[in-house]
Design a protein around this ligand. Structure first.
Ligand code: MSP
Length: 645
């Protein structure tokens, strides 16, 4: 099969940040996953370099647009290798070939009567670089940029988007997977239930010169979206390159919800006007906030991918982003959240399983993969094979549907099962009794073979850790060309293969402010099941957390932060706590509840409100992947301020 996966091409008016990194890691992971399925894959990203925003940013930096776009585009190109992101093509809209193709397309669409000249007046938002409809304004302002749009009246060229509206509706209805997750498909269909306005696709050169000149009227340049979307074609050699033939019909685009309209409406209608087949799928994800607050330059909470990698390592960053965000929903980034995932999922669950298994193979069976003796295979072993096969199936289904969090959840379920398998089979006891040698060999084979499969499925997500695992399992060469079809089944690991001493994949990170990897993790005696102390805390440590009952006496939503509620609590003194629960509770239902809070957290300022503590709550997702949250409350007659222990 063939796969063509793209990211948006990013505006060069800002340096790469967490949001760009997430989308690009998603596309990279999918490209690696499809390669693992044996596909011929093309993965493209790039930069969007025309338009007013860019001119403005260049002016602010005191340089020419050309110098400016070269500099920022280079910063994007340098960022991707740091994240182990390996695109096959990096496209820039200032490339001569791209410019030429955009002009050819404009001419064709113009010649067939789908572009016309007309007078237009409307509300122009500079931030969005487009005219907003009356309906889109909130209190007369652009809801995204919170600025009052300029009233502009000018003559421009328009693309007859309305002509393709019915065809587009029909296509979306006939292809349920065209836009996913479903909520975004519904959003698009609902937008399309009203008549579409035609799209203004030019800017007069009196207002903007940094753009692609219209081939049929040099007094105008092309509207940046009409130029940018075409990158998905120029990057594969449209109209007559061999890669275009090969990849266009399977094009899949990944974007965030902010640019749904250009991708789900402008782009498919443009494609229809060009006489091409629609792209295959559009995958839309939610937004990353930072500690429940919108990421923005002015708040100063922009997360830089390079710094993240330096602090946590590339595999941890990739795993965290893919595991933490339910694809389609918003998610919140925090240092604590990434350290928690690293220490519990990576260091404890996977890292310990791996190093324990390899150390036991080294110690008990001279570092060679032992042989299974069918006579001692138990029901538990057979169940384990079933679980591994179930994991492989659910992993593949989830990865294909962009439910990366679910795919990883399936992998971590078997990791948990394997850790329990070690405890129930206690290889250290089997090793102590020569009569149990065959059982010991069988148990160790089951562990090693399971780890081989785990390394295989983790390759798209954590390329470096997966490689280390494969090398340690003696699989280096056979893994290189392995696919899920050739290697994704039970029983491939050859007895006799030499395995290395278990490398430490993920040293634990300090949970304090300095989240640097510890130089050396505490040495453990793997023979003792009780010695597996990593991830546990002592009574003393637990005693430092001051958990208290607090009564909510007032609650109000925080303006401009759709997730946050300001709670006034009695515990027993009055205090303010900001909680990210606005989507799950209305303020009036909160008053009177007795919740559990962490009372001795350092105060933090969130959206201008000082939060003195944290309210405990449990979170999960329902069958449709929607987030759910329930506050931890206490029942019965208890005085606010009482200690919880
Ligand atoms: N240049 C246009 C895209 C043209 S595509 C033909 C553009 N560029 S952008 O630099 O603003 O990038 C927007 C994209 O960056 C989002 O769709 C998303 O992929 C990513 N993100 C930017 N901020 C984000 C978050 N806070 N969270 C998640 N992704 C976000 O729009």
């Amino acid at each position: 099969m063939t796969t063509y996966i793209t990211t948006p091409i990013y505006y060069v008016n800002a340096m790469p940040h967490l949001g760009h990194a997430y989308t690009t890691i998603v596309a990279d992971t999918y490209s690696r996953f499809r390669r693992l399925c044996g596909d011929d894959v093309r993965f493209q990203t790039g930069t969007d370099e025309h338009g007013e925003k860019i001119v403005q940013a260049a002016e602010e930096q005191g340089c020419s647009p050309r110098e400016y776009v070269d500099r920022i585009s280079a910063a994007f190109q340098k960022t991707w290798p740091l994240l182990d992101v390996a695109p096959d093509n990096f496209i820039r809209t200032t490339n001569a070939e791209h410019i030429q193709v955009v002009q050819e397309i404009l001419q064709k669409v113009h010649d067939q009567g789908d572009i016309y000249f007309s007078e237009y007046s409307g509300h122009y938002c500079k931030g969005c670089e487009r005219f907003l409809t009356e309906k889109e304004l909130v209190d007369g302002k652009c809801p995204d940029h919170l600025t009052v749009p300029e009233e502009i009246s000018e003559q421009n060229y328009f693309f007859r988007m309305s002509r393709y509206q019915d065809q587009l509706i029909d296509h979306i209805k006939k292809n349920p997977e065209y836009i996913t997750p479903e909520r975004y498909r519904n959003e698009v269909l609902s937008f399309l239930s009203e008549p579409l306005e035609d799209l203004c696709i030019s800017r007069p050169t009196t207002r903007l010169t940094w753009g692609i000149p219209l081939p049929f009227d040099e007094k105008f340049v092309t509207y940046v979206w009409f130029d940018a979307l075409i990158n998905y074609l120029t990057g594969i050699g449209y109209p007559d390159g061999p890669d275009f033939e090969k990849y266009w019909s399977v094009a899949e685009h990944v974007i965030a919800k902010d640019i749904l309209k250009p991708h789900a409406i402008y782009w498919p209608t443009m494609i229809l006007a060009m006489g091409l087949t629609p792209y295959k799928r559009l995958h839309v994800h939610g937004y990353w906030n930072v500690e429940e607050t919108k990421m923005s330059k002015s708040i100063g909470n922009v997360i830089k991918p390079g710094e993240l990698v330096q602090e946590y390592g590339v595999d941890t960053v990739r795993y965290f982003l893919l595991r933490e965000m339910s694809f389609g929903l918003d998610s919140s980034f925090s240092g604590e959240a990434i350290v928690t995932r690293r220490n519990s999922d990576l260091a404890n669950d996977l890292g310990n399983l791996f190093s324990r298994t390899l150390t036991m193979i080294g110690k008990y069976v001279a570092g060679r993969v032992p042989e299974v003796d069918e006579k001692v295979v138990t029901d538990e072993d057979r169940t384990l094979i079933g679980s591994m096969e179930g994991m492989l199936a659910s992993y593949q289904r989830s990865m294909n549907n962009f439910a990366f969090h679910r795919g990883l959840q399936a992998v971590w379920e078997v990791i948990g099962e394997l850790n329990r398998y070690i405890v129930t089979n206690a290889p250290w006891e089997l090793a102590a009794d020569p009569a149990k040698k065959k059982r010991l060999d069988t148990v160790l084979y089951f562990l090693a073979e399971s780890l081989r499969l785990i390394a295989l499925v983790l390759r798209p997500v954590m390329p470096q850790a997966a490689e280390k695992m494969a090398v340690a399992l003696g699989l280096e060469e056979s893994m290189a060309g392995a696919t899920l079809a050739t290697a994704g089944r039970w029983g491939i690991l050859e007895p006799g293969t030499g395995v290395a001493k278990g490398p430490q994949l993920f040293p634990r990170l300090d949970t304090g402010k300095q989240q640097q990897p510890k130089k050396k993790a505490a040495s453990r005696k793997i023979e003792q099941p009780t010695a597996d102390m990593e991830g546990l805390i002592t009574f003393d440590q637990f005693g430092k957390v001051d958990l208290r009952v607090a009564e909510i006496i007032a609650a109000e939503k925080i303006k401009k932060a759709d997730k946050l509620v300001k709670l006034t609590l009695k515990a027993p003194e009055e205090r303010t706590v900001v909680a990210g629960i606005a989507k799950f509770y209305r303020p009036e239902e909160l008053v009177g509840k007795k919740v559990i809070i962490v009372a001795n957290l350092k105060p933090v300022k969130l959206m201008g409100v000082t939060s003195q503590g944290m309210v405990l709550a449990a979170k999960d997702t329902d069958e449709q992947g929607r987030e759910r949250l329930v506050l931890s409350t206490v029942e019965g007659d208890i005085t606010p301020g009482s200690k919880v222990a």
